[in-house]
Design a protein around this ligand. Sequence first.
Ligand SMILES: Cc1cc2nc3c(=O)[nH]c(=O)nc-3n(C[C@H](O)[C@H](O)[C@H](O)COP(=O)(O)O)c2cc1C
Length: 89
Amino acid sequence: MTRLAPSAGNMQPWRAVICGDKVHFYEKKAKAMQNNPLGDIQKVDIGIALSHFDLTLQEEGITGRFAVEDPGLETDGQTEYIVSYEVNR
Ligand SMILES: Cc1cc2nc3c(=O)[nH]c(=O)nc-3n(C[C@H](O)[C@H](O)[C@H](O)COP(=O)(O)O)c2cc1C
């Protein structure tokens, strides 16, 4: 469902790294979207994608929590860590 989220320019800037019970979300910034007078419009996309993720988990009865706990994975200069989700066991 996260993959189906709408995004500015249909650029789908979200990236997710699944590590066991955790999912780490990142924003892959597109150069073409960085001069928007409103600021980083792709942050809005990330919020929409996270909402899709969260609402789908709720619908499936899966519980957990969001937390900003950067796992320190190596990224390129255009990719920013945003937040992680940990599924309750
Ligand atoms: C944050 C955001 C900003 C958008 N800005 C524009 C826009 O300025 N002009 C436009 O025609 N569409 C805009 N869109 C629509 C996207 O281009 C569209 O959602 C995307 O191409 C995917 O198509 P779909 O929503 O039909 O699945 C925006 C979408 C989002 C999420």
